[in-house]
Design a protein around this ligand. Structure first.
Ligand code: DCP
Ligand code: CA
Length: 388
């Protein structure tokens, strides 16, 4: 029996959450990403801002030039996480087979569950109604017999879309679409395929598997199968996350230590917040840096004691950053932090004085760094923000 797979993606997610909270912003160009005077990039642009050329990943300063009348808002992740949890909760009411992808996207296998609604489309409309009623958000839904076709279908009909690809029509649907629509085809792969004279998914599908394998190895084979709408991947909840990470790309490459430390501090806040919300602690911390010339390095440390305390994480990450900055004096375009080797439930902080325990953990981390990088590498407290 053919499966019935939905791909559901909320429209302009961060922006729409802000518009739902402040209806004055509805129907207007809105950008979430931060203050345009500061460096940073667009995270989400409302559909009213997009005709001006504003899109995710673009420097905020550029977005501001293209669309000065837009309202620029700073990202507020706790709001988005709360909306995401409610969104996933609604989906789970329609089928237990749910696979979240990030905050605002999910696959849902509804095979057999559509019966009480009459048809998959009716079921999809019920989902959209609930999302709209309860969250004041719109979703785009693609319906197909497999994940890849459902995903492409939902993206094609944004915003507030609903597109069903009937059983047997998958290849005809995919055929004329540009290869870039295929998940996993980035700029590099697109370029290789273009050099082979391949511009559409249909052209890719008609190549022999050997030809594609010789140019793109195993990833090419997976791509080729998707282009032929052969995709039997199950819809299933991913296992426990192995790591939690966050990164930011700057509008301008920088070597400004004060600025880098401030950004690192934001990233640590975000990651430690996510660890705490999942009742997890990390034993391993990694700082990633990408330089202006795209060279990327990672500096990692395994802590003696797992942590999710923001100050401890920042302290350790800051040392890793400093070490990297001393090694190479090249402008930086991206900074990221990853917390991995995650361990279970959060240890109860001391009931009487959580501050003491925090201080102890910080001391432990300091001692560990001292023994690793030498005594002079660390001065406590006030010297950290005072970067020269
Ligand atoms: N996001 C981000 N930085 C990016 C891309 C996305 O921070 N470069 C965040 C903000 C988005 C959310 O992830 O709101 C979901 O990403 P999508 O790619 O689904 O983009 P949107 O939901 O904003 O728009 P669309 O309607 O195209 O799905
Ligand atoms: Ca989205």
């Amino acid at each position: 029996m053919a499966r019935c797979v939905f791909h559901i993606d909320l429209d302009a997610f961060f922006v729409s959450v802000e518009q739902a909270l402040d209806p004055k912003l509805k129907g207007k160009p809105v950008v979430v990403g931060g203050d345009p005077e500061r460096r940073g990039v667009v995270a989400s642009a409302s559909y009213e801002a997009r005709p001006f050329g504003v899109h995710a990943g673009m420097p905020l300063s550029r977005a501001h030039r293209l669309c000065p009348q837009a309202t620029f808002l700073q990202a507020n992740f706790s709001r988005y996480r709360a909306a995401s949890a409610r969104f996933m909760g609604i989906l789970a009411d329609f089928s237990p087979h749910i696979e979240p992808l990030g905050l605002d996207e999910a696959y849902l296998d509804v095979t057999g569950f559509e019966k009480p609604y009459g048809s998959p489309q009716q079921l999809a409309l019920s989902i959209k109604d609930r999302i709209h009623e309860e969250l004041k958000l719109t979703a785009s839904i693609g319906i197909a017999t497999c994940k890849v076709v459902a995903k492409i279908a939902s993206e094609l009909w944004k915003p507030n879309g609903l597109l069903e690809i009937a059983v047997g029509e998958e290849r005809d649907f995919l055929g004329p679409l540009p290869i870039a629509k295929l998940p996993g085809v980035g700029r590099k792969t697109e370029e290789i395929l273009r050099q082979m004279g391949i511009a559409t998914i249909g052209e890719l599908a008609s190549l022999s598997q050997e030809t594609i394998k010789s140019r793109l190895a195993v990833s090419g084979v997976a791509m080729h199968r998707c282009a032929n709408a052969i995709d039997d991947r199950k819809v299933e909840a991913p296992g426990e996350p192995k790591s939690i990470s966050q990164q930011i790309t700057f509008a301008r490459d920088t070597l400004d230590r004060r600025f880098l430390a401030a950004e690192l501090s934001h990233l640590c806040e975000e990651v430690s917040d996510r660890l705490r919300s999942q009742a997890k602690q990390a034993r391993c911390l990694t700082v990633r840096l990408r330089y202006a010339d795209f060279e990327t390095i990672a500096r990692q440390i395994t802590l003696q004691e797992a942590t999710n305390v923001n100050q401890v994480m920042f302290f350790v990450a800051f040392q890793l950053l400093n070490k990297a900055l001393t090694e190479k004096e090249k402008a930086i375009r991206l900074i990221g932090i990853r917390a991995s080797s995650l361990v279970g439930k959060e240890k109860q902080l001391s009931m009487f004085d959580p501050g003491v325990e925090r201080a102890e953990r910080l001391d432990k981390a300091i001692n560990q760094i001292r023994s690793k990088y030498g005594l002079t590498s660390i001065q406590r407290g006030g010297t950290i923000p005072n970067l020269g």
